[in-house]
Write a protein that binds this ligand. Structure first.
Ligand SMILES: *[C@@H]1O[C@H](CO)[C@@H](O)[C@H](O)[C@H]1NC(C)=O
Ligand SMILES: *[C@@H]1O[C@H](CO)[C@@H](O)[C@H](O)[C@H]1NC(C)=O
Ligand SMILES: *[C@@H]1O[C@H](CO)[C@@H](O)[C@H](O)[C@H]1NC(C)=O
Ligand SMILES: CC(=O)N[C@H]1CO[C@H](CO)[C@@H](O)[C@@H]1O
Length: 854
């Protein structure tokens, strides 16, 4: 049953929906915040918000005195408009469109009231006349639900379950019975600490360090797990860190002091081997360091921890414990290989990402193992599917060395059914029925290959993540998941109307697998904050798994919690062998310059390049992307065309689209047509060059640096960009960068310091920002250098593969420890998950038809 909010009694005094909504909103905030906020400074914030909300009521009341009737009508008119759309769903931008469609004077009246606040924060409106229900999201990760009876002007607060049940009524024939399976992780949350501020989302490890060190600090008992943890480390049967001589904390502390005393007297560079025996006798094994200096550092870290634990020391210490020698990365679907796969499905960015990741990870592992004073060979295996029908690729080969590495391989294992090995390629939407058997085979093959267990299992994408979960579960290994592309948010309403898409995409299976893996994993890494929890106006990919319903299957009441400290933002970097600053003279690839100049400046117009540049002395405004709608390269060309000052200051060069062959892609065709029209319309020839897409990555790196030599800039005008690797690449070369404010680039660039954010929906403004930049550079050339250096600094601090792999290994240490100390607590939710897997997921997977072999 829906319950009426107690404060609705005041409804009679002020019989306006306006005020009742705002009262609900405030009371709501109060209950919500009261239940969630614990800490003092949160209280301060809460009070501030309550205060703000109260003043709003006061001023509202005053204004309402005179305009009560008028407002009532406007709100009624708007809600009736929405109701008039009939049964269905309105998304955020549609709600705003409805608001914008009401007469301007009405809009003005509502614009700064609480009603509009709610509307602006509504991500979804469900219309089921006479009701309109709203899913309100006051800030990332926080949701509330209300519904309004448009005729009676009655407002009700809804629980998540009530809201979802209401939503299910949209689907004809969905049984609205009371006994629908509700997936609810919340009751298990007691022992799981979590932050409450939206800005803490994605900083899981910082939070965890604080929590763990506070715990270690407050009761000495919790130091025991640390001692136990240090004893479990061994490799191929050989102990590391501590041996059995050390039985309790006192003896540990005593031994550490003795060791410290001894080490201070030694020359810093003394190799470990020289005191290994001595150390062994007192209970210390290998793993502390390779030299006296490093061992001493490590011992002092631990002594500090035992005396006064703090988050920073804890992270440093845990990150240095030798824990990771064998890593397995799972990415079963697609054609995963290093050559000849481009053009096949799922072979673009993700292959490059994983290969770059593996190269960086191997380096960092080797580096750490050496510093830990160990003589262990690491191994990284990328596990993918073996495709007997390899169609000219290496996908039929069992083992393939990763270029540029020594200990990393691609290991391919085929899909198998009772009838034998599956030969043909299978789309990522249809892999589900094979994965359980696949997991068994993978477990078998990796134990053969590694002669032991992996220490870290990383999954990519839904299929990789579910296999990783099963494997990590089976082997008791730390698990990390990555899923830069969750399908749920890509297809609007793919949850509520899942049945419509089921035959083609089998989303019921995929979403179930995603929920399972996200909850099972020890930690999750994402490239951006937005991937987790979106932005002010957009819902994050993970956030969209908080509460949703698959009518007829199950209802997720508390699914993924974006505040869970398992989320971490760890962004990838550019490939530094290709992208490096233009100032590194000795590495510059001068032999490409004549080709680059031909591309940019030749007077020839052909399929490779179109239009010419007359003035070679002007800086180049540069962009490079796929020529599709969302990248909006034509938008940039139009801004340029329209802005006379910009045209006078710089040349524009666009690399995108392929005119060497007839395009089959409708979007690309349309964009090409538009490009030709713009060239005509704005008479761009002479100031503009359009170059067909360039596949030579190495030369492209030099191209960015060449643009630097012209004192130009890079523009990324996309309507939306999930991460923005090209932005990172341009900045890594030292090219001042202007990138879209929608998506990842907004996080990469600090506006005015390391580049500029531009709004692709306000091209004129964007063009002005560009003009402003180039005018400043003209009067003061050091301004260009300042932004260029700002960009480089930002990259060095956050966006390199080196930082990525350091973070990844440190996270593995911290979450490995956390897993160790919290294992028992998790048992209940583990059991719940297992049941969900066995009773729901398995059936769904079995229902996906197997591929028919020719
Ligand atoms: C756990 O969930 C309950 C509701 O089931 C909630 O009241 C409580 O605040 C939550 N605890 C934490 C630590 O999040
Ligand atoms: C997984 O479930 C547990 C409770 O079983 C919950 O505390 C945790 O927040 C969930 N994890 C995520 C990422 O939502
Ligand atoms: C590109 O952006 C401009 C606004 O700057 C917009 O008018 C245009 O429609 C966009 N192009 C596409 C294909 O959406
Ligand atoms: C991190 C990563 O490589 N993610 C990829 C995993 O697989 C999907 C689907 O093929 C890609 O789109 C992701 O980029």
């Amino acid at each position: 049953m829906f319950f009426f909010f107690p404060s609705l009694s005041s409804f009679h005094v002020y019989p306006s929906p306006f005020i009742s909504l705002s009262i609900i909103f405030i009371t709501h905030l109060v209950t919500l915040f009261c239940s969630v906020f614990f800490f003092f400074h949160f209280w301060v914030q809460f009070e501030e918000m309550a205060e703000r909300a109260l003043t709003r009521v006061h001023s509202l009341r005053e204004r309402l005195d005179s305009t009560l009737t008028a407002h009532r009508n406007e709100i009624l008119a708007l809600l009736s408009r929405i109701e008039g759309k009939g049964k269905g769903i309105l998304l955020h931008h549609q709600i705003i469109l409805e608001f914008e469609a009401i007469p301007e004077e009405n809009r003005k009246k509502l614009a700064d009231g609480a009603f509009f606040e709610i509307l602006k924060a509504s991500q979804e409106a469900i219309v089921l006349p006479p009701w309109v229900a709203l899913a309100v999201r006051p800030r990332p990760g926080v949701w509330e639900y209300i519904r309004v009876n448009v005729h009676a002007l009655v407002v009700e607060e809804l629980t998540v379950a009530e809201y979802l049940r209401f939503k299910e009524e949209l689907v004809d024939g969905s049984s609205n019975a009371n006994f629908v399976l509700e997936l609810d992780f919340e009751p298990f949350n007691a022992s799981f600490p979590r932050p409450t501020l939206s800005k803490s989302i994605g900083k899981g490890v910082e939070f965890l360090n604080r929590h763990l060190s506070a715990k270690l600090f407050h009761d000495k008992e919790s130091m025991h797990p640390l001692l136990e943890f240090l004893k479990v480390h061994c490799h191929k049967g050989k102990n590391m860190m501590l041996n059995d001589r050390i039985q309790n904390l006192n003896s540990l502390q005593h031994v550490l002091r003795k060791a410290e005393e001894y080490l201070v007297a030694l020359p810093a560079e003394t190799p470990y081997a020289e005191f290994e025996h001595k150390f062994q006798e007192i209970g210390l094994e290998r793993g502390w360091g390779d030299t006296a200096e490093r061992v001493l550092e490590m011992i002092q870290l631990l002594l500090d921890l035992l005396e006064a634990p703090d988050p920073c020391t804890l992270e440093k210490f845990l990150g240095r414990i030798p824990m990771v020698f064998n890593v397995v990365i799972l990415t079963p679907h697609g054609y995963f290989a290093q050559d000849n796969v481009l053009g096949y499905p799922d072979t673009g960015g993700q292959v490059v990402y994983i290969l770059d990741q593996v190269r960086a990870l191997e380096n960092e592992m080797l580096n750490r193992i050496k510093q830990q004073g160990l003589n262990i060979t690491p191994r990284i295996l990328i596990i993918t599917r073996l495709l007997p029908d390899a169609v000219g690729t290496t996908c039929g080969q069992r083992l393939e060395k990763v270029y540029g590495t020594e200990y990393s391989d691609i290991l391919r294992i085929p899909f198998r059914t009772e009838k034998g090995i599956v030969r043909r390629w299978i789309s990522r939407f249809e892999v589900w029925p094979y994965l359980e058997t696949y997991t068994e085979d993978v477990a078998h093959e990796i134990s053969k290959e590694l002669q032991g267990k992996p220490d870290l299992i990383i999954g990519n994408y839904s299929d990789g993540n579910i296999v990783a979960s099963l494997l990590a579960h089976k082997l008791g290994v730390t698990q990390c998941t990555i899923a830069h592309a969750l399908e749920k948010t890509k297809y609007p309403d793919s949850d509520i109307y899942w049945k419509k898409l089921e035959d083609k995409y089998h989303f019921s299976c995929q979403f179930t697998a995603d929920l399972f893996a996200m909850n099972h994993t020890d930690f999750i890494i994402t490239s951006t904050f937005q991937e987790i929890a979106g932005s002010k106006d957009t819902v994050g990919q993970y956030e969209s798994h908080t509460a949703f319903t698959l009518p007829g299957l199950y209802r997720v009441v508390h699914g993924i919690d974006v505040f869970d400290p398992k989320f971490n933002i760890v962004s990838p970097g550019a490939d530094m062998s290709i992208y490096y600053p233009y100032t590194v003279e000795k590495k510059r690839l001068k032999h490409f310059h004549s080709e680059i100049e031909e591309l940019l400046y030749s007077k020839v117009e052909n399929e490779e390049h179109w239009c010419v540049l007359n003035d070679r002395n002007k800086p180049i405004l540069f962009t490079m992307a796929r020529l599709d709608r969302v990248k909006n390269l034509t938008g940039l060309v139009e801004w340029y065309g329209k802005n006379a000052k910009l045209r006078e200051l710089v040349n524009l060069v666009v690399v995108g689209g392929d005119r060497r062959k007839e395009s089959k892609d409708l979007e690309e065709k349309a964009e090409m047509k538009k490009m030709f029209e713009l060239i005509e319309k704005y008479k761009l020839n002479g100031q503009f060059r359009w170059i067909s897409s360039q596949m030579n990555r190495v030369r492209n790196g030099e191209l960015y640096r060449y643009i630097c030599d012209t004192k130009g800039a890079f523009v990324q005008p996309a309507l939306y960009e999930a991460f923005g690797l090209t932005v990172v690449e341009a900045m890594t070369c030292g090219l001042p960068t202007f990138a879209t404010c929608n998506g990842g680039p907004a996080e990469i660039i600090v506006h005015g310091k390391s580049g500029f954010n531009i709004d692709p929906y306000h091209g004129d403004q964007a063009a002005e920002i560009l003009v402003d930049f180039f005018e400043k550079c003209k009067t003061d050339p050091s301004y260009w250098t300042k932004i260029s250096e700002g960009g480089l600094k930002r990259i060095e601090e956050k966006y390199t593969w080196k930082i990525y792999s350091e973070r990844l290994l440190t996270l593995t240490g911290v979450y490995g420890f956390w897993k160790h100390v919290s294992n028992l607590d998790r048992l209940e939710s583990r059991r719940y998950l297992e049941m969900f897997y066995a009773l729901k997921y398995r059936k769904l997977a079995e229902s996906v038809p197997l591929a028919v072999e020719e």
